[in-house]
Design a protein around this ligand. Structure first.
Ligand SMILES: [Zn+2]
Ligand SMILES: [Zn+2]
Length: 456
Protein backbone atom coordinates (compact mmCIF):
# COMPACT_ATOMS: atom_id res chain seq x y z
CA UNK A 1 0.00 0.00 0.00
CA UNK A 2 1.29 3.46 -0.85
CA UNK A 3 2.07 5.64 2.13
CA UNK A 4 1.18 9.34 1.86
CA UNK A 5 4.39 11.32 1.85
CA UNK A 6 5.05 14.55 3.73
CA UNK A 7 6.93 16.89 1.39
CA UNK A 8 9.51 19.16 2.86
CA UNK A 9 12.94 20.62 2.44
CA UNK A 10 16.28 19.95 4.05
CA UNK A 11 19.75 21.44 4.00
CA UNK A 12 22.76 19.65 2.56
CA UNK A 13 24.87 18.00 5.24
CA UNK A 14 28.12 19.98 5.51
CA UNK A 15 30.67 18.82 8.07
CA UNK A 16 32.21 22.27 8.50
CA UNK A 17 28.93 23.71 9.80
CA UNK A 18 28.37 26.00 6.81
CA UNK A 19 24.82 26.29 5.51
CA UNK A 20 24.09 24.04 2.55
CA UNK A 21 21.45 24.87 -0.04
CA UNK A 22 17.91 23.70 0.62
CA UNK A 23 16.68 20.69 -1.30
CA UNK A 24 13.35 18.91 -1.70
CA UNK A 25 12.82 15.76 0.31
CA UNK A 26 10.15 13.44 1.64
CA UNK A 27 10.33 14.39 5.30
CA UNK A 28 11.18 12.05 8.12
CA UNK A 29 7.97 10.82 9.75
CA UNK A 30 8.37 9.16 13.14
CA UNK A 31 4.70 8.11 13.16
CA UNK A 32 5.05 5.84 10.14
CA UNK A 33 4.38 2.24 11.05
CA UNK A 34 7.14 -0.10 9.95
CA UNK A 35 7.10 -3.76 8.98
CA UNK A 36 7.50 -6.11 11.99
CA UNK A 37 9.05 -3.81 14.63
CA UNK A 38 10.25 -6.85 16.59
CA UNK A 39 12.37 -7.95 13.60
CA UNK A 40 13.71 -4.41 13.21
CA UNK A 41 14.71 -4.53 16.89
CA UNK A 42 16.71 -7.71 16.24
CA UNK A 43 18.43 -6.01 13.29
CA UNK A 44 19.27 -2.91 15.34
CA UNK A 45 20.69 -4.99 18.19
CA UNK A 46 22.86 -7.06 15.83
CA UNK A 47 24.28 -4.09 13.93
CA UNK A 48 24.88 -2.13 17.15
CA UNK A 49 26.64 -5.18 18.61
CA UNK A 50 28.96 -5.25 15.58
CA UNK A 51 29.53 -1.48 15.56
CA UNK A 52 33.16 -1.42 16.77
CA UNK A 53 34.25 -4.37 14.64
CA UNK A 54 32.63 -2.87 11.54
CA UNK A 55 34.34 0.45 12.23
CA UNK A 56 37.73 -1.28 12.47
CA UNK A 57 37.04 -3.18 9.22
CA UNK A 58 36.00 0.02 7.42
CA UNK A 59 39.13 1.90 8.52
CA UNK A 60 41.36 -1.06 7.61
CA UNK A 61 39.97 -1.04 4.05
CA UNK A 62 40.14 2.78 3.95
CA UNK A 63 43.82 2.71 4.96
CA UNK A 64 44.65 0.13 2.27
CA UNK A 65 43.13 1.57 -0.91
CA UNK A 66 43.32 -0.83 -3.88
CA UNK A 67 42.32 -0.29 -7.49
CA UNK A 68 39.87 -2.33 -9.57
CA UNK A 69 40.61 -6.05 -9.81
CA UNK A 70 43.49 -5.63 -7.30
CA UNK A 71 41.50 -5.59 -4.05
CA UNK A 72 43.51 -8.39 -2.44
CA UNK A 73 43.78 -6.85 1.04
CA UNK A 74 40.07 -6.03 1.13
CA UNK A 75 39.19 -9.48 -0.24
CA UNK A 76 41.16 -11.14 2.57
CA UNK A 77 39.93 -8.77 5.32
CA UNK A 78 36.26 -9.19 4.37
CA UNK A 79 36.35 -12.95 3.89
CA UNK A 80 38.23 -13.36 7.20
CA UNK A 81 35.51 -11.30 8.90
CA UNK A 82 32.74 -13.46 7.48
CA UNK A 83 34.64 -16.67 8.25
CA UNK A 84 34.77 -15.58 11.88
CA UNK A 85 30.96 -15.58 11.87
CA UNK A 86 30.81 -19.08 10.36
CA UNK A 87 29.58 -18.18 6.89
CA UNK A 88 30.23 -20.51 4.02
CA UNK A 89 32.92 -18.71 1.99
CA UNK A 90 34.05 -19.06 -1.60
CA UNK A 91 37.21 -17.01 -2.07
CA UNK A 92 38.40 -15.80 -5.49
CA UNK A 93 34.92 -16.56 -6.81
CA UNK A 94 34.81 -16.25 -10.64
CA UNK A 95 37.26 -13.32 -10.44
CA UNK A 96 40.52 -13.27 -8.48
CA UNK A 97 39.28 -10.59 -6.08
CA UNK A 98 35.56 -11.45 -5.95
CA UNK A 99 34.09 -13.63 -3.22
CA UNK A 100 30.83 -14.93 -1.87
CA UNK A 101 29.63 -15.71 1.65
CA UNK A 102 26.47 -17.78 1.98
CA UNK A 103 24.03 -18.54 4.79
CA UNK A 104 20.82 -20.62 4.64
CA UNK A 105 18.12 -21.21 7.21
CA UNK A 106 15.07 -23.49 7.17
CA UNK A 107 13.82 -25.20 4.06
CA UNK A 108 13.21 -23.58 0.70
CA UNK A 109 12.52 -19.88 0.66
CA UNK A 110 13.88 -17.12 -1.50
CA UNK A 111 17.48 -15.98 -2.07
CA UNK A 112 18.56 -12.45 -1.20
CA UNK A 113 21.84 -11.09 -2.59
CA UNK A 114 23.67 -8.29 -0.77
CA UNK A 115 26.53 -6.51 -2.53
CA UNK A 116 29.62 -4.97 -1.04
CA UNK A 117 32.14 -2.94 -3.01
CA UNK A 118 35.74 -2.44 -2.03
CA UNK A 119 37.76 -0.72 -4.78
CA UNK A 120 39.37 2.74 -4.56
CA UNK A 121 40.49 5.41 -7.05
CA UNK A 122 43.97 6.18 -8.47
CA UNK A 123 45.86 8.69 -6.34
CA UNK A 124 42.98 9.71 -4.05
CA UNK A 125 42.19 6.49 -2.18
CA UNK A 126 38.65 5.74 -1.00
CA UNK A 127 37.22 8.89 -2.55
CA UNK A 128 33.98 7.09 -3.41
CA UNK A 129 33.55 5.65 0.10
CA UNK A 130 33.57 2.00 -0.93
CA UNK A 131 35.00 1.16 2.50
CA UNK A 132 31.52 2.09 3.76
CA UNK A 133 29.80 0.00 1.06
CA UNK A 134 32.02 -2.92 2.08
CA UNK A 135 30.86 -2.84 5.71
CA UNK A 136 27.25 -2.02 4.80
CA UNK A 137 27.09 -5.31 2.87
CA UNK A 138 28.53 -7.16 5.85
CA UNK A 139 26.20 -5.39 8.31
CA UNK A 140 23.07 -6.07 6.23
CA UNK A 141 23.96 -9.72 5.70
CA UNK A 142 24.75 -10.39 9.38
CA UNK A 143 21.60 -8.56 10.52
CA UNK A 144 19.37 -10.50 8.11
CA UNK A 145 20.99 -13.71 9.32
CA UNK A 146 20.28 -12.80 12.97
CA UNK A 147 16.64 -12.06 12.09
CA UNK A 148 16.27 -15.34 10.15
CA UNK A 149 17.51 -17.33 13.14
CA UNK A 150 15.63 -15.47 15.87
CA UNK A 151 12.31 -15.25 13.98
CA UNK A 152 12.69 -18.55 12.11
CA UNK A 153 12.53 -17.16 8.58
CA UNK A 154 13.48 -19.57 5.80
CA UNK A 155 15.69 -18.49 2.96
CA UNK A 156 19.22 -17.90 1.80
CA UNK A 157 21.54 -14.87 1.83
CA UNK A 158 24.44 -14.45 -0.53
CA UNK A 159 26.80 -11.64 0.43
CA UNK A 160 29.04 -10.05 -2.16
CA UNK A 161 28.79 -12.38 -5.06
CA UNK A 162 31.24 -9.98 -6.53
CA UNK A 163 32.14 -6.66 -4.95
CA UNK A 164 35.18 -6.18 -7.12
CA UNK A 165 36.01 -3.44 -9.60
CA UNK A 166 33.18 -0.91 -9.69
CA UNK A 167 35.34 2.12 -10.55
CA UNK A 168 36.36 2.35 -14.19
CA UNK A 169 35.01 -1.06 -15.03
CA UNK A 170 31.93 -3.21 -14.48
CA UNK A 171 32.87 -6.17 -12.31
CA UNK A 172 29.26 -6.96 -11.44
CA UNK A 173 28.21 -7.13 -15.09
CA UNK A 174 31.09 -9.49 -15.83
CA UNK A 175 30.02 -11.69 -12.93
CA UNK A 176 26.35 -11.51 -13.91
CA UNK A 177 27.34 -12.87 -17.31
CA UNK A 178 29.38 -15.62 -15.68
CA UNK A 179 26.18 -16.72 -13.93
CA UNK A 180 27.09 -15.41 -10.46
CA UNK A 181 23.56 -14.11 -9.86
CA UNK A 182 21.61 -17.08 -11.17
CA UNK A 183 18.92 -18.04 -8.65
CA UNK A 184 18.84 -14.67 -6.85
CA UNK A 185 15.36 -13.26 -6.17
CA UNK A 186 16.37 -9.72 -5.19
CA UNK A 187 19.61 -7.81 -4.78
CA UNK A 188 20.34 -4.87 -2.45
CA UNK A 189 23.22 -2.54 -1.63
CA UNK A 190 23.84 1.16 -0.86
CA UNK A 191 26.29 3.96 -1.73
CA UNK A 192 27.46 7.10 0.14
CA UNK A 193 27.28 10.61 -1.34
CA UNK A 194 26.72 14.21 -0.28
CA UNK A 195 23.05 14.92 0.42
CA UNK A 196 20.42 16.20 2.84
CA UNK A 197 21.18 15.94 6.57
CA UNK A 198 20.74 12.32 7.76
CA UNK A 199 19.07 11.51 4.42
CA UNK A 200 18.91 8.62 1.99
CA UNK A 201 18.23 8.81 -1.72
CA UNK A 202 16.28 6.71 -4.21
CA UNK A 203 17.70 8.43 -7.28
CA UNK A 204 18.75 6.66 -10.47
CA UNK A 205 22.13 6.80 -12.22
CA UNK A 206 23.40 7.34 -15.76
CA UNK A 207 24.10 4.59 -18.26
CA UNK A 208 27.71 4.65 -19.48
CA UNK A 209 29.78 3.40 -22.40
CA UNK A 210 33.55 3.44 -21.92
CA UNK A 211 35.70 4.05 -25.00
CA UNK A 212 39.46 3.56 -25.32
CA UNK A 213 41.22 5.34 -28.19
CA UNK A 214 44.72 4.72 -29.51
CA UNK A 215 46.40 6.86 -32.16
CA UNK A 216 49.38 5.53 -34.07
CA UNK A 217 51.66 8.00 -35.85
CA UNK A 218 55.33 8.15 -36.75
CA UNK A 219 58.16 9.41 -34.55
CA UNK A 220 60.74 12.00 -35.58
CA UNK A 221 63.20 14.49 -34.05
CA UNK A 222 60.99 17.43 -33.08
CA UNK A 223 63.48 20.06 -34.26
CA UNK A 224 65.83 18.34 -36.70
CA UNK A 225 63.15 16.80 -38.95
CA UNK A 226 59.59 17.29 -37.63
CA UNK A 227 58.22 17.07 -41.19
CA UNK A 228 59.14 13.41 -41.16
CA UNK A 229 56.77 12.75 -38.22
CA UNK A 230 53.06 12.00 -37.85
CA UNK A 231 52.08 13.42 -34.48
CA UNK A 232 49.85 11.06 -32.47
CA UNK A 233 49.60 13.51 -29.56
CA UNK A 234 48.21 16.12 -31.96
CA UNK A 235 45.50 13.62 -32.85
CA UNK A 236 44.51 13.29 -29.18
CA UNK A 237 44.52 17.08 -28.73
CA UNK A 238 42.37 17.52 -31.85
CA UNK A 239 39.93 14.84 -30.65
CA UNK A 240 39.70 16.50 -27.24
CA UNK A 241 38.88 19.83 -28.89
CA UNK A 242 36.36 18.24 -31.27
CA UNK A 243 34.50 16.81 -28.27
CA UNK A 244 34.61 20.16 -26.48
CA UNK A 245 32.77 21.62 -29.51
CA UNK A 246 30.32 18.70 -29.62
CA UNK A 247 29.24 19.23 -26.00
CA UNK A 248 27.17 22.30 -26.85
CA UNK A 249 25.02 20.11 -29.09
CA UNK A 250 24.49 17.38 -26.51
CA UNK A 251 21.60 17.25 -24.07
CA UNK A 252 22.33 18.81 -20.66
CA UNK A 253 21.66 15.40 -19.08
CA UNK A 254 24.50 13.80 -21.05
CA UNK A 255 28.11 13.63 -19.88
CA UNK A 256 31.16 13.09 -22.09
CA UNK A 257 34.52 13.22 -20.35
CA UNK A 258 37.97 11.78 -20.95
CA UNK A 259 41.68 11.90 -20.28
CA UNK A 260 45.02 11.61 -22.05
CA UNK A 261 47.02 8.54 -21.14
CA UNK A 262 50.65 8.86 -22.22
CA UNK A 263 54.05 7.45 -21.47
CA UNK A 264 57.57 7.60 -22.86
CA UNK A 265 56.95 11.10 -24.18
CA UNK A 266 59.55 13.89 -24.44
CA UNK A 267 59.36 17.38 -25.93
CA UNK A 268 62.12 16.63 -28.43
CA UNK A 269 60.39 13.55 -29.90
CA UNK A 270 57.32 13.71 -32.15
CA UNK A 271 55.03 11.22 -30.30
CA UNK A 272 54.37 8.16 -32.45
CA UNK A 273 51.50 6.96 -30.24
CA UNK A 274 48.94 8.36 -27.81
CA UNK A 275 46.04 6.95 -25.85
CA UNK A 276 42.82 8.42 -24.51
CA UNK A 277 40.06 7.00 -22.29
CA UNK A 278 36.54 8.41 -22.51
CA UNK A 279 33.13 7.90 -20.91
CA UNK A 280 29.83 8.65 -22.68
CA UNK A 281 26.94 8.84 -20.19
CA UNK A 282 23.22 9.49 -20.55
CA UNK A 283 20.05 8.77 -18.54
CA UNK A 284 19.30 5.63 -20.61
CA UNK A 285 21.38 3.19 -22.64
CA UNK A 286 19.35 4.00 -25.76
CA UNK A 287 20.52 7.63 -25.47
CA UNK A 288 24.13 6.52 -24.98
CA UNK A 289 23.83 4.57 -28.23
CA UNK A 290 22.77 7.78 -30.01
CA UNK A 291 25.51 9.96 -28.50
CA UNK A 292 28.42 7.51 -28.81
CA UNK A 293 28.69 7.57 -32.66
CA UNK A 294 28.93 11.38 -32.55
CA UNK A 295 31.81 11.07 -30.06
CA UNK A 296 33.50 8.42 -32.19
CA UNK A 297 33.28 10.74 -35.22
CA UNK A 298 35.38 13.24 -33.22
CA UNK A 299 38.11 10.59 -32.80
CA UNK A 300 38.02 9.64 -36.48
CA UNK A 301 38.11 13.25 -37.67
CA UNK A 302 41.24 13.84 -35.57
CA UNK A 303 42.91 10.81 -37.12
CA UNK A 304 42.10 12.09 -40.62
CA UNK A 305 43.35 15.59 -39.86
CA UNK A 306 46.69 14.40 -38.48
CA UNK A 307 47.29 11.41 -40.73
CA UNK A 308 47.32 8.98 -37.79
CA UNK A 309 45.74 5.58 -37.60
CA UNK A 310 43.07 5.23 -34.88
CA UNK A 311 41.93 2.15 -32.98
CA UNK A 312 38.69 2.58 -31.01
CA UNK A 313 37.63 -0.11 -28.51
CA UNK A 314 35.08 -0.55 -25.71
CA UNK A 315 37.04 -2.13 -22.86
CA UNK A 316 34.22 -2.83 -20.42
CA UNK A 317 30.69 -4.19 -20.45
CA UNK A 318 27.75 -1.83 -21.09
CA UNK A 319 26.55 -0.22 -17.86
CA UNK A 320 22.86 0.65 -17.69
CA UNK A 321 20.99 3.17 -15.54
CA UNK A 322 19.74 2.01 -12.14
CA UNK A 323 16.02 1.44 -11.80
CA UNK A 324 15.04 1.27 -8.18
CA UNK A 325 12.42 -1.42 -7.61
CA UNK A 326 9.20 0.33 -6.58
CA UNK A 327 8.09 -2.03 -3.83
CA UNK A 328 11.59 -2.39 -2.36
CA UNK A 329 12.00 1.41 -2.53
CA UNK A 330 8.71 2.10 -0.75
CA UNK A 331 9.51 -0.44 1.96
CA UNK A 332 13.01 0.93 2.48
CA UNK A 333 11.83 4.56 2.26
CA UNK A 334 9.09 4.14 4.86
CA UNK A 335 11.47 2.39 7.25
CA UNK A 336 14.18 4.99 6.77
CA UNK A 337 11.78 7.93 7.18
CA UNK A 338 10.29 6.42 10.30
CA UNK A 339 13.60 5.75 12.02
CA UNK A 340 16.34 7.94 10.57
CA UNK A 341 15.63 10.86 8.24
CA UNK A 342 14.29 12.17 4.92
CA UNK A 343 14.27 10.47 1.51
CA UNK A 344 15.10 12.32 -1.71
CA UNK A 345 15.17 11.43 -5.42
CA UNK A 346 17.95 13.79 -6.52
CA UNK A 347 21.12 13.10 -4.56
CA UNK A 348 22.77 9.73 -3.98
CA UNK A 349 24.93 8.98 -6.99
CA UNK A 350 22.43 10.46 -9.44
CA UNK A 351 24.55 11.81 -12.32
CA UNK A 352 27.22 9.17 -11.78
CA UNK A 353 26.99 5.53 -12.83
CA UNK A 354 27.15 2.12 -11.19
CA UNK A 355 27.60 -1.40 -12.44
CA UNK A 356 24.70 -2.35 -10.16
CA UNK A 357 21.79 -2.18 -12.64
CA UNK A 358 21.05 -5.84 -12.31
CA UNK A 359 17.38 -4.89 -12.23
CA UNK A 360 17.10 -6.21 -15.73
CA UNK A 361 17.98 -9.58 -14.28
CA UNK A 362 16.27 -9.33 -10.89
CA UNK A 363 14.54 -6.77 -8.66
CA UNK A 364 17.13 -4.49 -7.09
CA UNK A 365 17.50 -1.58 -4.70
CA UNK A 366 20.53 0.73 -4.49
CA UNK A 367 19.78 3.66 -2.19
CA UNK A 368 22.29 6.43 -1.71
CA UNK A 369 22.96 7.70 1.81
CA UNK A 370 24.21 11.10 2.89
CA UNK A 371 27.46 11.55 4.72
CA UNK A 372 28.70 14.93 5.94
CA UNK A 373 31.04 16.55 3.41
CA UNK A 374 32.56 19.98 2.77
CA UNK A 375 31.30 22.26 -0.05
CA UNK A 376 32.65 21.02 -3.42
CA UNK A 377 34.00 17.95 -1.66
CA UNK A 378 31.78 15.27 -3.17
CA UNK A 379 32.62 11.81 -4.52
CA UNK A 380 35.99 11.43 -6.29
CA UNK A 381 37.70 14.26 -4.37
CA UNK A 382 40.31 13.97 -1.57
CA UNK A 383 37.83 15.71 0.76
CA UNK A 384 35.38 12.84 0.24
CA UNK A 385 38.16 10.36 1.08
CA UNK A 386 38.43 12.10 4.47
CA UNK A 387 34.63 12.22 4.83
CA UNK A 388 34.36 8.45 4.23
CA UNK A 389 36.49 7.81 7.34
CA UNK A 390 34.53 10.08 9.69
CA UNK A 391 32.55 8.70 12.65
CA UNK A 392 29.41 10.47 11.34
CA UNK A 393 29.72 8.69 7.98
CA UNK A 394 30.11 5.39 9.82
CA UNK A 395 26.92 5.98 11.81
CA UNK A 396 25.04 6.99 8.64
CA UNK A 397 26.26 3.77 7.04
CA UNK A 398 24.92 1.69 9.93
CA UNK A 399 21.56 3.51 9.83
CA UNK A 400 21.01 2.82 6.13
CA UNK A 401 22.13 -0.77 6.68
CA UNK A 402 19.40 -1.27 9.30
CA UNK A 403 16.62 -0.06 6.97
CA UNK A 404 18.09 -2.09 4.11
CA UNK A 405 18.29 -5.24 6.26
CA UNK A 406 14.59 -4.99 7.21
CA UNK A 407 13.78 -4.62 3.50
CA UNK A 408 15.84 -7.75 2.82
CA UNK A 409 14.10 -9.72 5.55
CA UNK A 410 10.71 -8.82 4.09
CA UNK A 411 11.81 -10.17 0.69
CA UNK A 412 12.42 -13.52 2.40
CA UNK A 413 9.48 -13.56 4.79
CA UNK A 414 6.48 -11.91 3.11
CA UNK A 415 4.98 -13.65 0.04
CA UNK A 416 2.52 -10.84 -0.74
CA UNK A 417 5.26 -8.25 -0.55
CA UNK A 418 7.48 -10.30 -2.83
CA UNK A 419 4.72 -10.53 -5.42
CA UNK A 420 4.66 -6.69 -5.35
CA UNK A 421 8.43 -6.67 -5.74
CA UNK A 422 8.06 -8.79 -8.85
CA UNK A 423 5.39 -6.52 -10.29
CA UNK A 424 7.44 -3.35 -10.70
CA UNK A 425 9.58 -2.99 -12.60
CA UNK A 426 8.00 -5.38 -15.02
CA UNK A 427 9.09 -8.88 -13.98
CA UNK A 428 11.76 -9.01 -16.43
CA UNK A 429 12.85 -10.93 -19.05
CA UNK A 430 15.28 -13.34 -17.60
CA UNK A 431 18.78 -12.11 -18.25
CA UNK A 432 21.52 -14.58 -17.57
CA UNK A 433 24.74 -15.91 -18.90
CA UNK A 434 22.80 -17.62 -21.66
CA UNK A 435 21.92 -14.35 -23.43
CA UNK A 436 24.15 -12.38 -25.77
CA UNK A 437 25.02 -8.72 -25.21
CA UNK A 438 22.55 -7.64 -27.88
CA UNK A 439 19.76 -9.68 -26.30
CA UNK A 440 20.54 -8.18 -22.89
CA UNK A 441 20.29 -4.67 -24.31
CA UNK A 442 17.03 -5.46 -26.12
CA UNK A 443 15.55 -7.00 -22.97
CA UNK A 444 16.55 -4.00 -20.92
CA UNK A 445 15.00 -1.47 -23.29
CA UNK A 446 11.85 -3.55 -23.63
CA UNK A 447 11.60 -3.67 -19.85
CA UNK A 448 11.97 0.08 -19.63
CA UNK A 449 9.18 0.69 -22.17
CA UNK A 450 6.84 -1.68 -20.37
CA UNK A 451 7.66 -0.10 -17.05
CA UNK A 452 6.96 3.40 -18.42
CA UNK A 453 3.54 2.19 -19.58
CA UNK A 454 2.76 0.60 -16.21
CA UNK A 455 3.74 3.78 -14.39
CA UNK A 456 1.69 5.83 -16.86
ZN1 LIG B 1 32.89 6.35 -7.70
ZN1 LIG C 1 31.32 4.46 -5.93
Amino acid sequence: MHTPVAQGSAELWYSDGSAGPLCEVDKADRDLEIYRPEVFQTIVEEIDRLDDELRALSLDIHEHPELKYEEHHAHDALTAFMEKYQWDIKKHHLLETAWIATFSHGTGGRTLAVNSEMDALPGIGHACGHNLIAIAGVAVALAVKAAMIKHDISGKIDLSRLSSAEEGSAGKVTLLKKGAYDGVDACIMCHPAPGPIHGASLSSTLAVKRIAVEYKGHGAHAALSPWEGTNALDASVAAYNNISLLRQQLKPTHRVHGIFEGKDMAPNIIPDHSNMFWYVRAPAWAEVEVAAPRVKACFEAAALATGCKVVITEPSEPVFDIRQNKALGTMFGDTFRSKFGPIDYVFGINGASSDFPLVCAMPGLHPGFSIPTVPNGGNHTPAFTAAAASPEAHQACLDVSKALALTGVRVLADDDFFSQVQLLPYPCLIVSSRLSGQQVKAAFEEDKERRAKILG
